[in-house]
Write a protein of this length. Sequence first.
Length: 253
Amino acid sequence: MGALAIGGIVFVCVLGGALFGMYLEAVLPKHHLSDKSKDVIRVAMGMLATLSALVIGLLIASANTSFDTKSNEMRRVAASTIVLDRMMAEYGPETREARDLLRQAIMAKVRAIWPEGDTKELRPETISQGRGGEAILHKLLELSPQNDAQRWIKSQALQIGGEIVLTRSLVAEQTGSSIQWPFLTILVFWLTVIFVSFGLFAPRNTSVTAVLFVCALSVAASIYLIVEMDQPYGGLIKLSSAPLASVLDQLGR
């Protein structure tokens, strides 16, 4: 489910809770809303608000860590690709075919992951499909070094190429969400209950309704941003294509 849909569900649940609270205030017997009852409800809601804040903090930390990890892996692939291209250039003209293949593989991945005008969520097979990395490794294995320098370069290039293939597979495995969805479900339930209490004690006027609307929208927006950060291959918050785009400018030189 997309981040926008999740944000919309949260908004409906939270605002619906506030409106339901207003309805309850009108139908409940008066002794259910006595001063002592209100004190108990406020204490209970205070505890629930504290728990909600803790869970939101955990979700923010998880989403931020996930975003940073995926961003660092992209940068690592970019840096390793430049080093691999430089080493193949040092080896000699025998690696021209492998270097051309490397450039084509990076260009294909950039177009697949960051297609212009496409905000759809990236599927794991989009990253893992194709055998560009493996084909480059086969080309390197076919090389016949003529001296110690070429033998060392070949061994290092094979190691770096293997790391690139491994990181690509790791990135493909991490395209899914890292958010613990039971956490998010329970959090939305808690927030809804809290807004029910807001509506229960709120006077019925336009100002209060507007404030509850804005608060519900803000809560939904925060959940939306958390989910967006956790799914950075599509939507509003996306990983930058700058590292791999920079690689394309430097490959083949």
